[in-house]
Design a protein around this ligand. Structure first.
Ligand SMILES: NC(=O)c1ccc[n+]([C@@H]2O[C@H](COP(=O)([O-])OP(=O)(O)OC[C@H]3O[C@@H](n4cnc5c(N)ncnc54)[C@H](OP(=O)(O)O)[C@@H]3O)[C@@H](O)[C@H]2O)c1
Length: 257
């Protein structure tokens, strides 16, 4: 029996991951703040799929509660799949941002997936197997589209995934960054937005099913709505082409006068 720990399992993308992974026969650890929702989901999945489901109620912006989740990731029975999904948006730009809200978003969207990944990795490396799925966002590649720091937190998640894959991808650890675009979940309501004003919204079941096809294909970066896989390949070629210019001890000619 393999076990998946999913953060943000109480709604949206995390709930569908929980349903799909339970249907595949994985045991689960469900993490979020809403105990009632997590317990209802756990009951549903135990009954439907006869898998063990643990509930771990934690506010991931709180250091002590985050550490309890990290402790579970280091404990037995081992976690084979970590889905770093919990996240939130933040309305408004930088100019009038509440510093406490900025810190809280950084804790949830960037610090929590970082520390949870670090916590699970040692055991996975010792076993020579494991999967880490990080839910980033298409906004990681389109920061101009959203004010404030949300896109930056998601770029961080994507970059962390790419660095992690370079570090441990050949040691039996599979890393996936999923970049959803607009997806029908509670995230818009929670940040005071209106999803009816957002164009081209994907249903959350379609998003997760597509992400799991990317998972099964062992893709490093999965962007479910992009029709042409070649456009990602071309983007990566352009990035590597740019990077060839980094190996230069001298400033480029245009910066010498
Ligand atoms: N929906 C989209 O259009 C979209 C697009 C790109 C990326 N994403 C990303 O997808 C991920 C899932 O979001 P969603 O769209 O499914 O939104 P959602 O329905 O609002 O779900 C967010 C989940 O995160 C949990 N969460 C929020 N704050 C938390 C905290 N402080 N501690 C622990 N858990 C917390 C929530 O549970 P509790 O409230 O019970 O704690 C909930 O389970 C996020 O990382 C988001 O950035 C979403």
């Amino acid at each position: 029996m393999t076990i998946a720990l999913i953060t943000g399992a109480s709604s949206g993308i995390g709930t569908i991951y929980a349903r799909r992974l339970a249907a595949r026969g994985h045991g689960l650890v469900l993490v979020a703040r809403a105990a009632d929702r997590l317990n209802a989901l756990a009951d549903e999945l135990r009954t439907a799929h006869d898998v063990p489901v643990e509930v771990l109620v934690a506010d991931l912006t709180d250091a002590a509660q985050l550490e309890r989740v990290a402790d579970r990731l280091r404990a037995d029975p081992p976690i084979d799949i970590l889905v770093n999904n919990a996240g939130a948006g933040l309305a408004g730009g930088m100019a009038h941002a509440d510093p406490a809200a900025l810190e809280s978003l950084l804790r949830l969207n960037a610090l929590a997936p970082t520390l949870l990944t670090a916590a699970v990795l040692g055991g996975m490396l010792a076993r020579g197997s494991g999967s880490i799925v990080n839910i980033a966002s298409a906004l990681a590649l389109l920061p101009e589209y959203s004010h404030g720091i949300y896109a930056a937190t998601k770029s961080y998640v994507m970059t962390m995934s790419q660095s992690l894959n370079a570090e441990v991808g050949d040691k039996g650890i599979y890393v996936q960054a999923v970049l959803p675009a607009a997806t029908r979940t509670e995230i818009y309501d929670r940040m005071g937005g209106d999803i009816s004003k957002v164009p081209d919204v994907m249903d959350v079941e379609d998003l997760v099913d597509a992400a799991l096809i990317g998972f099964d294909r062992r893709e490093l970066v999965t962007i479910p709505p992009v029709p042409d896989a070649e456009s990602w390949t071309a983007f990566e070629h352009a990035r590597m082409n740019l990077a060839q210019g980094f190996s230069n001890a001298e400033p480029a000619e245009r910066y010498r006068r």
